[in-house]
Design a binder for this molecule. Structure first.
Ligand SMILES: NC(=O)C1=CN([C@@H]2O[C@H](COP(=O)(O)OP(=O)(O)OC[C@H]3O[C@@H](n4cnc5c(N)ncnc54)[C@H](OP(=O)(O)O)[C@@H]3O)[C@@H](O)[C@H]2O)C=CC1
Ligand SMILES: O=C(O)C1=N[C@H](C(=O)O)C[C@H](O)C1
Length: 269
């Protein structure tokens, strides 16, 4: 489709950190229009009544059925929580609305389930654990490196308001590494944790560590160890605008899809 055709968007989670950022991105993108918001509070209010958007006269719904029945919505952007996100995606697909989902914490089974729904209805859907371009490159470089360095540990670092651990990005990175890494249980065979959790979460024989601190936004290091050498890949999101180019590309791309795509790396050129 032409980049200039207007895309009507509903945003789920408009009071959240990412929901607010998405509203700003939509306002700055000429051919995007926010036509509705889905929030579990503020039924019947307008976004302009929320903090930060005095000019946005967009209706807020708590009932997603009502929202999709009353508005012609092309794309749903969801930045909420996994249970709400899954419900929103199921509803969107049923109404023929294309979901673009950043919400993390979906299980493999959730993604498979939503993928079958999308395919059955022919509704384009994008679920991306991380919309930052640098993060996607870090994941791809990690996948390349794991072919040569099977000894790897992931350290993800996030703000202390994050609910899920490990992060969606860390899980996706681990899944991508798993595709190229020779299977191996790392560390000493008789290794013993003196404090439970000291060695982090086990993913197919390698470890994921989650750090939560105020002051952090979203960061990840992937450390590879070899004979006499170390390779460190690191990505830092210094603000939440860093995710918005990817969200914009996903909104444009999903208009032409008929199935579910999991991971931004699958749509970037
Ligand atoms: N893919 C990516 O690039 C990125 C993904 N994320 C992910 O996005 C998600 C949101 O992150 P963030 O904005 O920081 O989190 P916030 O907690 O700031 O925002 C989440 C929002 O979702 C709302 N919400 C919860 N349940 C519902 C519901 N049933 N219906 C409607 N809204 C609901 C919350 O409302 P309430 O206040 O009432 O609880 C809150 O406003 C997380 O899963 C995070 O991991 C974050 C950054 C980048
Ligand atoms: O909660 C966040 O903040 C983030 N969540 C996503 C994740 O779980 O990977 C993406 C990014 O890391 C920020």
């Amino acid at each position: 489709m032409s980049n200039q055709e207007t895309i009507n968007i509903a945003v789920a989670g408009p009071r959240g950190k990412m929901g607010k950022e998405a509203l700003q991105m939509i306002a700055k993108t000429g051919h995007f229009r926010c036509v509705a918001a889905i929030d579990r509070k503020n039924e019947g209010k307008r976004i302009k009544e929320l903090e930060g958007f005095p000019d946005l006269d967009t209706p807020i719904y708590t009932d997603i059925d009502q929202c999709f029945s009353e508005h012609p919505v092309d794309v749903l952007i969801d930045f909420t929580h996994p249970e709400a996100g899954k419900y929103h995606v199921e509803k969107a697909i049923a109404y023929g609305v294309r979901p673009v989902v950043g919400t993390s914490g979906f299980s493999e089974a959730d993604v498979e389930h939503l993928s079958s729904l999308a395919e059955e209805k022919g509704v384009g859907t994008i679920i991306a654990p991380n919309f930052a371009i640098g993060a996607v490159l870090m994941m791809k470089f990690s996948q390349m490196a794991a072919r040569h360095f099977p000894d790897v540990e992931i350290i993800e670092l996030h703000h202390d308001q994050k609910r899920d651990a490990p992060s969606g990005t860390a899980v996706k990175t681990a899944e991508m590494i798993q595709q190229t890494r020779k299977e191996k249980k790392q560390g000493h065979p008789e290794e013993k944790e003196l404090i439970k959790g000291a060695r982090g979460a086990d993913f197919d024989g390698f470890r994921i560590h989650s750090v939560r601190l105020p002051g952090l936004i979203a960061h990840q290091q992937v450390l590879f160890g070899g004979e006499g050498e170390l390779l460190t890949l690191r990505h830092d999101s210094m603000n939440r605008e860093s995710f918005m180019h990817g969200v914009r590309v996903a909104v444009e791309t999903v208009m032409d899809l008929k199935t579910l795509v999991y991971g931004l790396e699958n749509i970037l050129e």
